[in-house]
Design a binder for this molecule. Sequence first.
Ligand SMILES: [Zn+2]
Length: 253
Amino acid sequence: MSSRPGPIWRASKITLQTWEISYHLKRTRRRRSIALRVEPSGAVTVLAPRFALSHFVERFVQSQAGWIKKKLIDIEELRKKHPPKEFVSGEMFSVWGQEYPLHVVSDAAAVSSRCEWVDGRLQIRLKESDGLQARGAVKDLLCEWYARQTEGQLKESVPALASAMGVSARQVKVAEQRKRWGSCSRTGNLRFNWRLSMMPRPILDYVIIHELAHIKAHNHSKAFWDIVRLALPDFKERRTWLRKNGSAATRWD
Ligand SMILES: [Zn+2]
């Protein structure tokens, strides 16, 4: 067996009038055509066949400049809409797509710190020793709270949607999955991102239906999307919303 050379990565730049695009060029043996990817972070990757001529690659990037620029402007706007969190009183947090204020109080008598829902706001009660690293403590408590909300809703929604679709999930768990909203193992175990309770409930339904459909089709074939469409005729709008807003709406750092 011969060992195949891996992909070649190279940082490149292209200047269009007054605007400069920095991108990473990834050359691989398997690719047959040139493609572009703009990550939610704003990083631009150009995927090219291993032996594609450089000027072809550059011309391709130039031809897509308008599209890249639009994507980067969208990312910048989302960043402004969802600035990094500070985890302080008065800051707004999204719960099932609605914004609520955070209220942090320090409680010298409290045995343990906790997060609770009080009069339409998220209240964090910090025990004295946690006050020293408040930001980290608030963040951890909120993370647990969101995970509980996601879990509670999954307990209700997964069995209902599964029976409507004629499938059954073996195990349902909430997990830390930075890059995925959900996953389905070959044996039918489902994992969901704890951040899902930050988003509107219809988005969670889409993610659940998507993973349940994988129990029947373990790929993203046309047959798979037909199963999703049958259960959720407007899945495309929800998928688009999730792709566009999902990572920015749930990003904390
Ligand atoms: Zn999938």
